[in-house]
Design a protein around this ligand. Structure first.
Ligand SMILES: Cc1cc2nc3c(=O)[nH]c(=O)nc-3n(C[C@H](O)[C@H](O)[C@H](O)COP(=O)(O)OP(=O)(O)OC[C@H]3O[C@@H](n4cnc5c(N)ncnc54)[C@H](O)[C@@H]3O)c2cc1C
Length: 407
């Protein structure tokens, strides 16, 4: 168990404020003014984003989630949490700075578990932003919350895996160069040793992108798609196995833990942006003879939001610090995943409410933020599953020892 965390442990690392200022300046100069154009996701938008990505690389603001040895500019989770209070403010900025889901998580597991050949072929161009990837685990027919029930099979045939299965919500699959597919390789093994992760080039015969699934009326384009994918007799060499055979769940855990906290870090930026819009609108808009800011209901929203956002910040920084110190921080990550998802939804909802009809339009970023936020209560584990993880782990410490110590 780690020693108690102190406030100074959570302070920004030396030099980070200056770096954060550079991200803020980039966001103000290049991201916010172009958000509406990027959101159109047409050819002009893609060209615009490519230009911004090149600029971010030139300014050494690229891949801040990965260490320099892996091709990034990162210096750990704590620093990354602070940077995301800037990057996370715009849904598009993660892509502009080369730290977008799901590529960020895929890069991390390739970095940790990939062979030298896999790193050269897949990781290097992925981190450089030359190609994209997708993570293909969830299946429409079985519960994604409990992936021990996955049905996609990979069977050995000589020196190959032959994969058959049906996935969906494979985010970013349209236009990606490769998938990391979670497939059952030994159905007789203990539940958590049945699956293996396999790298599958997207142009392998038998891999079919059936459709980008429409989410809230939006099918997306390229990186923003959530695709249904069929694998029919998809044949790849066994050298494409990521990590050990049967280690699929272990690697998924390694991927999803950091992936969850990456999402939460970005949500900190989203919450703060929504909060600022809420406060400004409350001051500017008058009804019944006084600004909305004078109404106690609105004051309650502001006070509750401020308290909850600060709680999310501190919980995220705490989890990030513990991960940097070598802890898996399973409880801390699950705590912040379900708590922050609710706060994010509540704060954006209050900000929309104070804007009235304007809040539902695309004249403010709130409507888009709201749509994305709702998914946060489901992807990378629904709220209920994270609550279950937290409660089980805490109860175990009482059942087997002295109980849970907050640290
Ligand atoms: C925007 C978005 C992007 C995604 N991207 C990817 C991706 O790139 N790759 C990928 O593989 N998957 C992806 N997913 C899928 C995601 O991981 C799954 O949706 C998630 O794991 C839940 O699985 P499910 O949808 O099958 O819901 P189910 O497992 O069927 O669960 C349905 C509901 O049951 C309830 N529930 C489940 N377990 C419990 C419990 N123990 N106690 C109480 N209630 C419970 C919860 O309310 C849950 O919402 C994405 C999903 C979304 C929304």
């Amino acid at each position: 168990m780690l020693n108690r965390v102190t406030v100074t442990d959570l302070a920004p690392p030396p030099g980070l404020e200056e770096l954060r200022g550079r991200y803020r300046a980039f966001m103000e100069a290049h991201v916010y003014p172009n958000e509406a154009a990027i959101a159109r996701e047409d050819d002009a938008a893609l060209e615009l984003v490519d230009g911004l990505r090149a600029r971010a690389q030139a300014e050494e603001l690229w891949a801040p989630h990965l260490p320099p040895e892996a091709g990034g500019t990162g210096t750990g989770f704590l620093a990354y949490a602070y940077l995301n209070e800037e990057i996370g403010r715009s849904a598009w900025a993660q892509y502009v700075f080369g730290c977008q889901a799901p590529d960020a998580g895929n890069a991390e597991i390739l970095w940790q578990f990939g062979t030298d050949e896999q790193k050269e072929r897949w990781l290097a161009p992925l981190v450089a932003g030359e190609i994209r990837s997708f993570f293909s685990m969830t299946e429409p027919e079985v519960s994604g919350s409990d992936p021990t029930g996955l049905r996609t099979r990979a069977v050995r045939d000589g020196g190959d895996w032959v994969i058959d299965g049906h996935k969906w919500f494979s985010s970013g699959a349209e236009g990606a160069a490769f998938a990391i597919v979670m497939a059952v390789t030994d159905p007789e093994a203990p539940r958590h040793a049945r699956a293996t992760q396999i790298v599958v080039p997207a142009d392998t015969p038998g891999l079919e992108i059936v459709r980008p699934v429409s989410v809230f009326g939006h099918a997306g384009h390229g990186w923003s798609t959530h695709c249904e994918v069929r694998y029919t007799g998809v044949r790849v060499p066994v050298e494409n196995t990521l990590g050990a055979e049967g280690a699929g769940f272990l690697i998924a855990q390694k991927r999803l833990g950091p992936g969850r906290i990456h999402h939460v870090m970005r949500w900190l930026g989203q919450m703060q942006r929504a909060f600022e819009l809420l406060c400004r609108r409350a001051l500017d808009r008058e009804a019944f003879g006084s600004p909305l800011a004078d109404k106690q209901t609105v004051q309650n929203w502001i006070a509750d939001s401020a308290a909850e956002i600060q709680a999310c910040r501190l919980m995220t920084l705490d989890a990030a610090h513990k991960i940097d110190a070598g802890d898996e921080a399973r409880v801390e990550i699950s705590l912040i995943k379900f708590f922050a998802a609710r706060v994010l939804n509540d704060v954006i909802d209050r900000a929309i409410q104070v804007h009235g009809a304007l809040g539902l339009t695309d004249d403010t970023p709130l409507a888009t933020m709201f749509l994305h936020a709702r998914g946060g209560r489901i992807y990378d584990g629904p709220d209920e599953v994270h609550r279950m993880v937290v409660a089980r782990r805490i109860l175990k410490t009482f059942a087997e020892g002295d109980g849970w110590r907050f640290s």
